[in-house]
Design a protein around this ligand. Structure first.
Ligand code: ATP
Length: 293
């Protein structure tokens, strides 16, 4: 049996543990549309609704979230995988009790794990699943393998676009590529659109309706709508202060929309519970798709 086959077998053999965390993957076709701003502030808004929230930054090389939260993690996921670090070592405490894990090079290195390292990682993820209510994954930008793998492995996707035509066509391209993946399951995945940086003269609902129509007609995909966020200069002001928008500008239109999204997401808790798979399952799926490549 070659190494790839052994890993395939091992990943298949892992029993599905009882999941507890809800994984929400924030993604986009085009970069720079507001994924990190939305992830950070949504995490805080959900935490204020009583959820234990953690952000996983899967955007290798960029430290946007760290800047937005004003934190500097000492270790990352790769340190857990290769240096035997424990969860408390790699979870940095952010504002208002939210936790943060930097993926570091860990996401890329998933393919290079030994059997013992996979078992160690999976055990730690099971532990994480049991301690956290919601995990928000901020994926990298663009239609890369890593973004697609996270999106296919998650049961809840928040797809962010701006009204720019290139951002909308890239969002559609992402859906199209996702839909072609053998392991992508339409029934098991809720995809919700967020239109960000919308100005008064742009009709956010039209963006959704157009994307929904083409996704349904050409891809047979159902696209839901979480809502829109106006273009709001408090977002960049908050970045300069290295604090989340909803902490420093709680009455801004950005903060109000984020709070309403958090409430909507909690409203659908019941429905999502049936699909809830947890972070362990997401990583098992990621491992499977990488081994199959
Ligand atoms: N609603 C908004 N109004 C005004 N500016 C915004 C809004 N949302 C995000 N921005 C700004 O847009 C820029 C990109 O935001 P952000 O870094 O969150 O995007 P991203 O999708 O995570 O980027 P990347 O693809 O590089 O990871 C930042 O300068 C941010 O301040």
């Amino acid at each position: 049996m070659d190494q790839a086959e052994k890993l395939r077998k091992l990943v298949k053999e892992q029993n599905s543990p009882k999941p507890t965390s809800r994984v929400i993957t924030v993604t986009s076709g085009k970069g720079g549309v507001g994924k990190s701003s939305i992830s950070v502030n949504l995490a805080l808004a959900l935490s204020r609704l009583g959820k234990k929230v953690l952000i996983l930054d899967a955007d290798f090389g960029l430290a946007n979230i760290e800047v937005m939260l004003g934190i500097r993690p000492k270790y990352n996921l790769a340190d857990l995988m290769f240096k035997g670090k424990n969860l408390p070592d790699i979870i940095t405490n952010g504002p208002e009790n939210i936790g943060f894990i930097s993926g570091g090079s860990g996401i890329q290195e998933l393919t290079n794990l030994t059997k013992d390292q996979i078992i160690y990682l999976i055990n730690k993820l099971v532990e994480l699943d049991q301690t956290v209510d919601i995990i928000i994954i901020d994926t990298g930008a663009g239609i890369t393998d890593s973004v697609l793998q996270f999106a296919t492995a998650s049961s809840e996707i928040l797809l962010v676009t701006t009204p720019e035509p290139t951002s909308i066509t890239d969002a559609y391209a992402l859906l199209k590529t996702l839909n072609k993946k053998a392991i992508f399951s339409v029934e098991d995945t809720a995809i919700r659109l967020i239109a960000n940086r919308v100005t008064l003269d742009e009709k956010a609902d039209d963006i959704y309706e157009k994307l929904k129509t083409v996704a349904s007609k050409f891809l047979n995909l159902n696209l839901d709508y979480l809502g829109y966020i106006p273009l709001d200069n408090t977002v960049s002001k908050a970045v300069i202060r290295q604090q989340p928008v909803i902490s420093v500008y709680p009455n801004s239109s950005f903060a109000k929309q984020i709070n309403s999204f958090a409430m909507k997401l909690c409203d659908t808790d019941m429905e999502i519970n049936q699909r809830k798979k947890g972070i362990t399952q997401v990583f098992l799926k990621l491992l499977r798709s990488r081994i199959q490549k």
